[in-house]
Design a protein around this ligand. Structure first.
Ligand code: NAD
Length: 524
């Protein structure tokens, strides 16, 4: 009761603030170490838990993108010549500041994305791992040295930064995904222009302020808010040398094709449809816990969410029963309510699209065993009738293989169970799909698990682990339509993506040098 009346008071305060002050939040760009208001178009930012407009964000024009790139280009010579140790010290300070501001960052994420506070803290923690990895840049950029590759000739390798690089990121991880990119890029001596998602842009500005406080020189990290216009300008701008993109597959393909046609290095990570293969010997309580956690965490808006459970006969009935009983105990509510385990979806349009798959699934012959439209929402009624972008956890059983619910990326709290008769049938369904981001097998049979990790076509594989997101010192990336380009993000591959190799061969003359020789140089 007390919590309900506190909630009503909070709602009223929020409404009054909006009535009296109009739209409260105005999210700007960050160029050359300062907030830049921008001019021209804007987009609404929503409070997904209440379904109201909570602010607006600027959408950069091509000229505003050019200003950010110019600031980054001007900052590059100074930053690339800053010693490795000094760069590393700035990163250490940034790490401490992000850690100290993690609650503030999580609250911003939760307010605009909708995910619950603890989940937002988790994404900040996973982003910080990459900062910690990048603090080791003096070690990461060590080259090789070979003395005497030829007589009195030495060779050594060095890696140098590219210049200005850009990151274009999706709504679902407004802090972590940018932090997959810019710590490594900046540590390697590049300057950076971030184009965050226009749906939850505020986290990027707090990160920019923290960089400045950490002592990063102005212009090394810039943020342009925007949409397609800003992205397309970054893709064609001659001073942008490389682009990292994370988002949906159609846009990833566009970014890869346009960016590489303009001569840039591009890594473009796309969408996903991640399957969990459950063998009959698996621990079904562990499987059910994992499927529910990985299917409905962050309302299923994770590129590593499990969206399909492949239940190998005869475990289907028992497993579905265990999943359904767990789903019934989940608490759905606003991200800022500590009781909530799952929040709303990001926008009304996205919620409607996700919810439309319930009818699609039933029309295709699936059984709707948990209908998320009926899920009660804390402080409201059934999801479908509560203001805000709500859809509760939904389970569709006996989803026909190859149907739309089985194959299309839904990106919401809809878990499909597909019954299969064997390991081979399950593996064929995974490998026959369009995407290859993550996947998992649940079994107690080491031989089967080993066979799976060898045969499955996906970039990230879990063995009794439902969301196998690699730690920062490995690299994150999928296969097939989940990644365009050949380099995964962060880890060693990230260092390679943001640097160019150079091999120097040197000889210091001594009195015995041998004069002119037009033959092709061979070792002697
Ligand atoms: P999105 O593709 O709509 O947007 C991603 C970025 O591209 C945003 O910054 C957006 O402003 C920009 N953009 C959107 N449309 C564009 C266009 N037509 N031209 C140029 N730029 C455009 O993706 P989203 O809805 O923000 O994020 C969800 C998607 O991201 C899902 O498909 C999810 O699987 C994917 N994702 C993938 C990974 C991964 O690691 N593979 C990680 C997170 C999210």
């Amino acid at each position: 009761m007390r919590e309900a009346s506190r909630r009503r008071a909070r709602e009223e305060a929020r409404r009054r603030a909006r009535r009296e002050h109009g739209i409260v939040k105005n999210v700007t760009h960050w160029i050359n170490g300062t907030a830049v208001a921008g001019a021209g178009r804007t987009a609404d930012i929503f409070d997904p838990a209440r379904g109201e407009v909570a602010g607006r964000v600027r959408l950069a024009s091509a000229a505003e993108v050019d200003a950010a790139v110019a600031a980054a280009a001007a900052a590059h010579p100074g930053w690339r010549d800053t010693s490795l140790v000094k760069r590393s010290q700035v990163l250490f300070r940034f790490r401490e500041l992000v850690h100290a501001h993690r609650d503030e960052l999580a609250a911003l994420i939760s307010a605009e994305h909708g995910k619950v506070h603890s989940d937002a803290l988790g994404e900040v923690a996973r982003g910080l791992e990459v900062v910690e990895f990048a603090c080791g840049v003096p070690h990461l950029l060590k080259g090789g040295f070979s003395e005497g590759v030829s007589t009195r000739v030495d060779s050594y390798s060095i890696r140098q930064p590219l210049g200005v690089v850009a990151g274009i990121t999706p709504f679902n991880f407004p802090a972590m995904v940018p932090m997959w990119m810019f710590p490594v890029a900046i540590a390697c001596g590049n300057t950076f222009v971030l184009k965050p998602s226009e749906r939850d842009p505020s986290a990027s500005l707090l990160l920019a302020r923290l960089w400045t406080e950490a002592g990063l020189p102005d212009g090394v990290f810039n943020v342009v808010q925007g949409d397609k216009e800003a992205v397309d300008r970054l893709l064609e701008h001659p001073d942008v040398k490389a682009v990292s993109f994370v988002g949906s597959t159609p846009v990833a393909r566009h970014v890869y094709e346009t960016g590489t046609a303009a001569g840039k290095r591009v890594q473009a990570l796309g969408g996903a449809k991640n399957h969990m293969l459950v063998l009959p010997d698996a621990d079904l309580d562990l499987v059910a816990d994992s499927a529910v956690s990985a299917g409905f965490g962050s309302a299923g808006e994770r590129c590593m969410a499990i969206s399909v459970v492949l239940a190998v006969d005869p475990v289907g009935d028992e497993l579905v029963e265990k999943i359904v009983s767990r789903v019934g105990k989940l608490t759905v509510g606003p991200g800022d309510d500590p009781r909530s385990e799952m929040g709303p979806l990001v926008t009304a349009a996205h919620r409607d699209k996700v919810a439309s798959y319930l009818e699609v699934g039933v029309a295709e012959g699936a059984e709707l065993v948990v209908d998320g439209r009926l899920t009660p929402v804390l402080g409201g009624g059934a999801a479908a009738e509560t203001p805000g972008f709500w859809l509760g956890p939904t389970v569709l059983d006996r989803v026909p293989p190859g149907s739309r619910v089985h194959t299309e990326e839904i990106f919401g709290p809809v878990l499909a169970v597909v019954r299969v008769s064997s390991y081979e049938e399950g593996l064929a369904l995974i490998n026959g799909g369009e995407y290859g981001n993550g996947t998992a097998i649940f079994t107690n049979d080491g031989g089967a698990a080993r066979r799976f990790q060898n045969e499955v076509e996906a970039g990230m594989v879990g063995i009794n682990v439902p969301i196998p997101v690699p730690t920062a010192f490995y690299s994150f990336g999928g296969w097939k339509a989940s990644l365009f380009g050949d380099t995964h993000v962060h880890g060693t591959e990230g260092v390679h993506f943001y640097t160019r190799g150079k091999v120097v061969t040197s000889r210091w003359l001594d009195p015995s040098h041998g004069g002119v020789n037009l033959g092709f140089p061979t070792s002697a």
